[in-house]
Design a protein around this ligand. Sequence first.
Ligand SMILES: [Zn+2]
Length: 414
Amino acid sequence: MRATTLLNTVLGIKFAIVKGVEFTDTGLVCDVEPTTTIARCGGCFRPVSQVHDTRKARHWRHLDLAGMSLTLRYAPRRVNCTRCGVTTELVPWAEPMSWFTHAFEQTVGYLAKEASKTVVSTMMRVAWSTVGAIVGRVVGRLLPGDQLNGLTHIGVDELSYRKHHKYVTIVTDHVTGRVVWAREGKNADTLKAFFADLGSERSARLEAVTIDRSQAYISAVSESAKNATIIFDRFHVQRLVQDALDEVRRAEVRAVVEDPQGRRELKHTRFALLKNPWNLTAIEETKLTDLAKTNATLYRAYLMKESFAAILDRRQPHVVRSKLREWTSWALHSGLKPFAKVARTVEKHLDGIVAYVATGLSNARSEGTNGKIRTITRRSYGLHSAQALIALIRLCCSGLILKPFQATLRFHQT
Ligand SMILES: [Zn+2]
């Protein structure tokens, strides 16, 4: 059997044929040609009749063959497209701007979804920044551009990355738990762009939108989704209370100047204070019991945080409303400024917070998605653009099912 015949059979690249083969320092190089008779424009993908000359040979990384690097080599033709002018032809095995074959990119996409950054770069021998670009192309190819049909309950979140200097706004479908839209930025204009993509008809069908308390989002939602209830995401609200507690703790630490031992002990209560009670270790539990005796102020703040969470766990909206009123009154008179501040915010947005309970939206699901997104963000260090981060989020959280490329045996006559 000839080497080219063998390669044609095992590589199984659609609409391409291996014409020659050569071993170089880097591995195996296959000379390939498209089998399609009519050339296509690399700009608009339409068939073109006028073919100019050929360009210099280009190389595309394909999947390794038995551990050896495999490259496709072909000199693309210059074509004259009626729409785009003189461009380079589209090759059937790769996207116009890519140096990798579809098969290679699909496998990178699969790995980027399932494995760590190091695994992807090491296994595929590509820089992590290149992975970002590849994922962008895979998502563009496989995910429908518009995933906004049938939305009724959505969540809007802002995601900070690059040490909180940059933001991405993410829209999640609460029913499916999928990310359906994402864009760089976190202001009203960013969200208005979402409603523009959604269109007025589909916007009108939205029943509930969960958001954080940012005024920018509130105005964008009430302007565009007239029939939707605005709901304040439980986790955003709860985070305010946790932040207030941490502020009280820091003030208490600062206040204990003359007692280094006591100061250290207070400092180390942070995690015990912020955790859910059922997740506490025995040591943390002891720390809290001691705190009740040694620092009444901080312990009171802790109880306020806990009771706030307990109120939001309840099911009946009217109970939640009255309990929240009691809580805000307690917080306002607690003598703890950070809590008084939260209490005023809660009062101002009471309807939105109670609406959360009324709709019974499962926060476990959206928190699951948020957790997943946070993990992706941590993995994204080294991806330098918001575009790459968004591509990775869409790859992992849009319900896309990817498999590593598998060649199917095809027999060629050469
Ligand atoms: Zn064209």
